[in-house]
Design a protein around this ligand. Structure first.
Ligand SMILES: Nc1ncnc2c1ncn2[C@@H]1O[C@H](COP(=O)(O)OP(=O)(O)O)[C@@H](O)[C@H]1O
Ligand SMILES: [Mg+2]
Length: 333
């Protein structure tokens, strides 16, 4: 019954809108303004956007925790909220709250009970997960003694207790140091290798870029771009970097050559500059050779995902701005 394009979609969101109403000043916050994307089976999908872009709101709709104002959301083939989908889903909320007198084994046992797992299976999975997230030495400590990073690990373990087909992590790297972030990226890789679909959000580009098959960039409640990191970056040729060897990089000949490009750098018998994307590279290299230079390297300079992220962030009003705030009546504030 599902549309052919949807058969492999584990998450499918179409034209999702969410307007929060705050009691004071009768203000509305348009957190989502028509969000559409699909996550395919088995892929790792990074949901990237600055604070306030609408990531958590999208995830809370997908998890059935809040209703959307408009649009549709389906998860594991079911419209949300779905009990059947919940069984096959693992979820790490942005700010997980746990009963803090529990230990990790107790937390995982409780989580396993909610999924109806038998006791022996619960213990087996809990032991393996505690090992996997590196909390073995903290087994007997109550969660209230845990650091933010340890709580995050406990949350990740908790999200995996039902061996889910789909995991949804809201800012799984937040509160972690660089080593912790790397460990979460490794965990995501492992989950992907085990055939899981991973959907996770982050406001930090480098956390998303290296681990995601595809990325959606969300800004101010709208999707700005979707694609693989390679597709999203490298779409635009920004220029061509040229490096030459030349006897006197500050001499008259070097001056003449350097004038053909910009971003000029001079080293020991070395001259580098960047040509415009539409420059006649062959002609410039011939010009340089005629003046005694030897070509050392020529390489295209492409957009990076960071360029794209930053340019979109700037275009959408500094990017850090909250979702569009409007008064009833619809005028931007
Ligand atoms: N419960 C709420 N009531 C009112 N506004 C909210 C609520 N939750 C989030 N918002 C607003 O919605 C926008 C999107 O927030 P959120 O989805 O948390 O973004 P992100 O997770 O990308 O940081 C922000 O402007 C935020 O202030
Ligand atoms: Mg958030």
């Amino acid at each position: 019954m599902s549309e052919p394009s949807d058969t492999d979609a584990v998450i499918s969101v179409e034209d999702l809108a969410k307007t929060y109403r705050t009691p004071f000043r009768r203000r509305r916050v348009e957190a989502l303004r028509g969000v559409t994307f699909q996550v395919r089976r088995g892929e790792t999908f990074g949901f990237l956007g600055p604070n306030g872009a609408g990531k958590t709101t999208t995830i809370r709709v997908l998890m059935g925790l809040i209703g959307a104002t408009a649009g549709t959301a389906r998860i594991l083939g079911q419209p949300v909220p779905s009990r059947a989908a919940r069984q096959r889903l693992g979820f790490l909320p942005e700010q997980p709250y746990f009963y803090d007198y529990l230990t990790v084994p107790e937390l995982l046992d409780l989580a396993g009970r909610l999924f109806g797992l038998p006791a022996a299976e619960r213990r087996k999975r809990a032991d393996a997960l505690i090992e996997k997230v590196g909390l073995a030495r903290a087994r007997t400590q109550p969660l209230k003694k845990f650091s933010k990073g340890m709580l995050q690990r406990a949350g990740l373990a908790q999200a995996l207790i039902n061996d889910p087909d789909l995991v949804v992590f809201d800012e799984p790297m937040s509160g972690l140091d660089p080593i912790g972030r790397k460990e979460v990226r490794d965990l995501i890789h492992e989950l992907r290798d085990a055939g899981k679909t991973v959907f996770f959000s982050s406001h930090i580009l480098s956390d998303v870029e290296s681990v995601s098959d595809r990325v959606a960039i969300v800004m101010r409640g709208k999707i700005e771009a979707v694609g693989s990191p390679r597709e999203l970056a490298g779409r635009t040729l920004l220029g061509v970097d040229v490096t030459l060897r030349i006897a006197d990089p500050r001499g008259a000949a070097a001056e003449e050559i350097a004038a053909r490009g910009d971003r000029v750098r001079r080293g020991d018998q070395e001259l580098s500059f960047t040509l415009a994307a539409d420059a006649d590279v062959d002609e410039v290299l011939a010009f340089a050779r005629e003046r005694g230079a030897k070509v050392v390297a020529v390489s295209p300079r492409h957009d990076t995902l960071e360029d794209l992220f930053m340019s979109r962030a700037l275009a959408s009003d500094g990017g850090r701005a909250a979702g569009a705030e409007v008064q009833d009546g619809g005028h931007l504030r």
